[in-house]
Design a protein around this ligand. Structure first.
Ligand code: OTU
Length: 624
């Protein structure tokens, strides 16, 4: 029997318990990544985690406990994300709290502040070239302002979210500067080569990310006499994740920021973190080990925090980012659903949902273990038309390359049937592939709408997209300005640091006049979205842990899916065309009638199994 006097649990006791729990999920990936002699690494990791746990502010420790008791918090139907640039939305961090009412009004519970850590001077890829992960971009404020603003967000029930760029740092980052000065410890943080033998061999199977503005994946530096791996722009140096020092150093930064109130980290460009000769160096299995190790380590020292992986990849490659096989329930809890996004635009153009149904039904499980997608329609990046020949082979007369071309033409506005106004991006001379820029509203036809009817259709398309992401599962990401139908912004062309990057077209300054308008098209779009989000929050079947089953209606114009709630299911049907459509086999889809459409409140009693949807209408049906 222990002779110890009885006492309450201390923070160190709690740490010991958390470490014991996390250790098991850390050993496997660390062993696979860094070899069997990682005992010393494990000790150093524990010390690092303990250091941050001890420094963790009391309010955040309380949040840790809350989320330990409610680990599904981020899967709630209440969750709604808003994605914005601090300067473009609020000016700076000091002014951000004054915009919280606007976010609350919309129903936002998750505020993704686009890159806000200290970037390199000059061109910085929209902030994705960070020179100091422990400092805030001085143009936006200080670390104290950041902590204050995060406290204000949390007090309003909004989770602060920031980008964590994992694949590369700016070449001005202290690690890179030391590497460049010849320090071998820091040279091992990057991927450097004395001559071009290996780079040439790698290049054979690499895919160019920015073929226009930054061709190639390696850069030669005369002063150090080395090639450096630079997947993106020249000034973004790829980190060498084969080095455990990189793992510890990056984790140190993550936990530092977690202790300043960050609740979700958007892990940037994770697909590229591991490299192997003879592959595209994307989505390698080791990436999932890194993500598991980061997620589980964070869970020890900052349990309130979750991670969202950003991997804009094809369907087969996307699923593992939410945990499959040995990683199930252990990797990043969220991941962008870029395939839903691509299929939304594809079906909106063609009015034919067969490819969408096929892709979403065949490649994606109905649910994940303690993880879910973040569905979205637009973001700050271009749209890459991730449509594969394997998938189009299932659709009669459809060819992948031709369809990708059709979509690029449709959305740059040159196709005769197009309602869209966008632009090509990164035309790849070798493959002929093009990606697409433009805001949600411009691509949905609002910019080109010259008649009230055309405007009405565009507004309906926007509502359709918002209803889709609000009901499909996971946390819907609303991109700043989309709630008021902001169209393309061409002012970036006047700024030399941005002019060569067409993605700025979809990164406008927030139009606050339009945002507070009570009449007109911005007000309509915003009212539609607010309504959709209110209904979402009142519908527990739309929570992230509820499985999503895609259903083939046999009717091309209609895309359908069911949320398989414990008690009742919700059946969502979307008419992707500008004509009304009648589903003649509605009763095959709906086990019980009558049902009520949660969006309009209308009761549906099918007559002989028929149901008619107005143009671009979405219905969310639930048995009464
Ligand atoms: C991300 O995107 C960011 O969202 C971009 O804004 C950055 O430029 C980039 O990383 C570099 O930091 O290639 O076209 O599969 O598609 O990570 C965008 C993932 C990108 C990549 C994605 C990357």
């Amino acid at each position: 029997m222990s002779a110890k006097p009885r006492r309450g649990i201390t923070n160190d006791d709690l740490f010991a318990l958390r470490w014991d729990r996390g250790r098991r999920d850390l050993i496997g990936p660390l062993h696979r990544l860094y070899g069997p002699d990682s005992a010393d690494l494990l000790d150093r990791l524990r010390d690092l985690l303990k250091k941050h746990w001890r420094a963790r502010p009391a309010d955040l420790r309380r949040l840790d406990l809350e989320r330990d008791l409610n680990p599904d918090w981020f899967l709630s139907e209440n969750m709604v994300a808003y994605v914005f640039y601090i300067d473009r939305f609020a000016g700076d961090l000091k002014h951000l709290p004054s915009r919280i009412d606007y976010l609350r009004d919309l129903g936002v519970t998750y505020a993704h502040m686009m890159p806000c850590l200290k970037p390199r001077p000059g061109a910085n890829d929209g902030g994705y070239a960070v020179m100091d992960y422990t400092a805030i971009n001085p143009a936006l404020g200080t670390m104290t302002d950041f902590r204050q603003s995060n406290l204000a967000l949390r007090a309003s029930g909004i989770s602060p979210v920031i980008d964590m760029v994992l694949n590369h740092t700016a070449k001005e980052h202290d690690w890179a500067v030391r590497a460049r000065a010849g320090d071998p410890f820091y040279q091992a943080f990057y991927r450097m080569f004395d001559d071009d033998t290996l780079p040439r061999q790698y290049e054979k199977t690499l895919v160019d990310v920015f073929p226009d503005q930054a061709p190639g994946s390696f850069t030669w530096y005369d002063d150090i006499g080395k090639w450096v791996w630079t997947t993106f722009n020249e000034y973004q140096w790829d980190l060498n994740w084969e080095n455990p020092e990189v793992f510890l150093a990056v984790l140190d930064n993550i936990l530092f920021l977690a202790n300043r109130g960050v609740e979700v980290f958007r892990l940037d460009a994770v697909a590229f973190m591991w490299k192997r000769m003879g592959t595209t160096c994307q989505n390698l299995p080791e990436v999932h080990d890194i993500l598991q190790a980061l997620t589980q380590a964070t869970r020890v020292a900052a349990p309130a925090v979750v991670h969202k992986a950003e991997a804009i990849v094809g369907p087969q490659d996307l699923v593992p980012y939410l945990g499959t096989g040995r990683h199930a329930g252990r990797v990043s809890q969220l991941a962008y659903h870029n395939n839903l996004m691509v299929q939304f635009w594809s079906t909106l153009a063609s009015g034919d949902s067969r490819l969408m149904t096929h892709v979403l039904k065949t490649h994606f499980p109905e649910s994940f273990r303690r993880a879910s997608f973040a569905p979205y329609i637009r973001c700050h990046d271009d749209i890459g038309w991730a449509i594969t020949p394997e998938d189009t082979a299932h659709i009669p007369h459809m060819d992948a390359k031709a369809h990708r071309n059709y979509l690029a033409d449709f959305y740059n506005g040159t196709h005769p049937d197009s309602f869209a106004q966008g632009a090509d991006f990164q035309v790849n001379a070798d493959t002929g592939d093009r990606r697409t820029n433009g805001t949600f509203a411009s691509l949905a036809g609002l910019e080109n709408a010259s008649t009230p009817d055309a405007e009405d259709k565009a507004i309906s398309r926007i509502a359709l997209g918002h209803a889709l992401i609000a009901s499909y599962g996971g946390i819907p990401l609303i991109y700043m300005g989309d709630e008021i139908g902001m169209t393309n912004d061409h002012s970036y062309l006047d700024d030399p640091a941005r002019a060569d990057d067409g993605r700025w077209m979809q990164r406008p300054m927030m139009d606050w006049d339009a945002a507070v308008a009570t009449q007109g098209r911005a007000a309509r779009i915003r009212a539609d979205l607010s309504h959709i989000l209110r209904v979402r929050k009142a519908t527990p079947q739309l929570a992230g842990m509820i499985p999503t089953r895609v259903v083939d209606t046999g009717h091309r114009a209609l895309f359908a899916y069911q949320r398989l709630g414990d008690d009742r299911e919700v059946t969502c049907i979307v008419n992707f065309t500008d004509r009304s459509q009648t589903l003649r086999t509605a009763d095959a889809l709906l086990r019980e009638v009558p049902q009520t459409d949660l969006l309009t409140g209308q009761r549906l009693i099918t007559s002989e199994g028929r149901m008619t949807l107005a143009r671009y209408q979405s219905v969310w049906l639930r048995p009464d």
